[in-house]
Structures are given as structure tokens and as C-alpha cells.
Design a protein around this ligand. Structure first.
Ligand SMILES: [Zn+2]
Length: 245
């Protein structure tokens, strides 16, 4: 290891020092410049350069990036197509159908202390939602024009799909939840959702209030009526509401 000899006190200083460690005199660092840094041996240099300039390698790297871009683009396109594709939903109910007055039934059951469970099919709930939400259009999102809400019931599972239109295209957003009643409040555990046919992870559905906030708001009265029930049960294509005894 080379050292820097102090011009004043002759102390041998480490090469990193600028001033003498002992007397503080400025060291002559020009000596360092004369010592050549550790050189790469010729063999190594040749190999490194060959690797850098190898046309085959460069071609492979170029191809890799090009392919990655193509694959990424394809995945993105596939995701967008999945988002645009409409999910399996029933056609809109014919206008003129007289829907069951579900909210009235619930309110009456609470008023009259009835204990008879009320049972509705998916189609009945969808018909009810169709008419109930028509009158609340104004309260619903104006940018993503609300078209309709569709429910699907399965064992312990309630799926709500909102159909909206954006520049004339139909946009479907859906959310699946396990819904229970706990001490007069509706508790929903999200089990995931979807945009079109693209599944959305439950973790991301935390942010779904942006997509459904207006709908939940428009159904405030219905939610309050349901919360007054003792139990809510979901079965395939069917919901059962049991009033409090
Ligand atoms: Zn010195």
C-alpha cells in the first residue's frame, strides 16, 4: 500500500488524507496520480467488450423487450375487452310489469309485528329495483348514467350488478357480498366484484364505494327497512326476510 509522506514531519499518512495526521501540513497528493490504478487484465477486457458488443446478445435483448411490450399490450387489451364484455345478466324487465311492493311489505311487517317470513325471487327483487330506482334517477350518478341494478342470489351470497352507460356504452360493475344482520345493522363482507367480465379482487373492492355509493344512497330507505328485520337469508335465486319476533 502506498503512503503519503508528510513534507514537514515525514509521517507516513494513509493515501485518503489531504492534511498530515500529525502536524496538519498539506500533503503532496501528486504522488498518487503517478501510481496507475489496478488494471483489468487484457483477457478480462476482451471478454467484457465482446459481451457488450455481441450482436447476438443485443438482438436477443431487443427481441425480449419487444416481446414484453407485445405481451403487455395484449394483456392490457384482454383486460379492457373483459371490462367491456357484458356479464350474464337477465334482460331488462318489460315495462308495464307490476312489481311487488317489497319495501311496503317490510314496513308493514314491522308495523304489524308480523313474524311471517317474506320470500322473494331474484326476478321479483329485480322488478322492484327497476321501479324503485326509476324514480330516484336524479339522485344517481349523472356522469356514468345509471341504467339499472340487477341482483343475483346464491347460498349466503348476494351479488349486485349496476348497469350504467358511458358515451353510449354499457358499463357493468358488480359486487358480491355475504350479507348478514347484526344488531339492527346490515353487515356485508365483500367477496370480490367485477367490471364487465373482469374479476376484481375483494381487497380492491374496498374502494368500490366510488362505483356503488350513489346506488346505496338511493336505496337508503330499503336498507333501513331490511335492517329492522331479524334475519336475512340468501338462497339460490331467492331471498328470505324474517321479521323480528
Ligand atoms: Zn506532518
Amino acid at each position: 500500500m502506498i503512503t503519503l509522506v508528510c513534507p514537514e514531519c515525514r509521517l507516513e499518512n494513509e493515501p485518503e488524507r489531504i492534511y498530515c495526521h500529525d502536524c496538519g501540513a498539506r500533503l503532496d497528493r501528486t504522488a498518487l496520480a503517478k501510481v496507475a490504478p489496478k488494471t483489468e487484465d487484457a483477457q478480462e477486457t476482451r471478454q467484457r467488450l465482446r459481451k457488450m458488443l455481441d450482436p447476438q446478445r443485443a438482438k436477443i435483448r431487443h427481441l425480449f423487450f419487444k416481446m414484453s411490450k407485445v405481451i403487455l399490450g395484449a394483456l392490457l387489451t384482454a383486460a379492457v375487452i373483459q371490462m367491456i364484455l357484458p356479464p350474464d345478466v337477465p334482460p331488462p324487465a318489460k315495462t308495464g310489469d307490476f312489481p311487488p311492493q317489497i319495501n311496503l311489505d317490510l314496513e308493514n311487517a314491522t308495523l304489524n309485528h308480523s313474524t311471517t317470513p317474506m320470500q322473494y325471487t331474484e326476478a321479483q327483487v329485480n322488478a322492484y329495483l327497476g321501479s324503485a330506482l326509476k324514480s330516484k334517477q336524479a339522485a344517481l350518478n349523472k356522469y356514468l348514467q345509471f341504467e339499472r341494478a340487477i341482483v343475483n342470489f346464491d347460498e349466503n351470497l348476494c351479488r349486485v350488478t349496476a348497469q350504467r352507460s358511458l358515451f353510449g356504452f354499457s358499463v357493468y360493475t358488480a359486487t358480491s357480498s355475504k350479507v348478514t344482520l347484526q344488531n339492527g345493522a346490515i353487515a356485508a363482507t365483500n367477496l370480490g366484484g367485477s367490471i364487465g367480465r373482469l374479476p376484481v379482487h375483494p381487497m380492491l373492492m374496498k374502494y368500490s364505494d366510488v362505483l356503488f355509493g350513489d346506488l346505496w344512497g338511493a336505496l337508503e330507505r330499503e336498507r333501513k327497512s331490511v335492517a329492522k328485520m331479524d334475519r336475512i337469508e340468501f338462497h339460490p335465486q331467492q331471498v328470505v326476510l324474517v321479521p323480528k319476533p
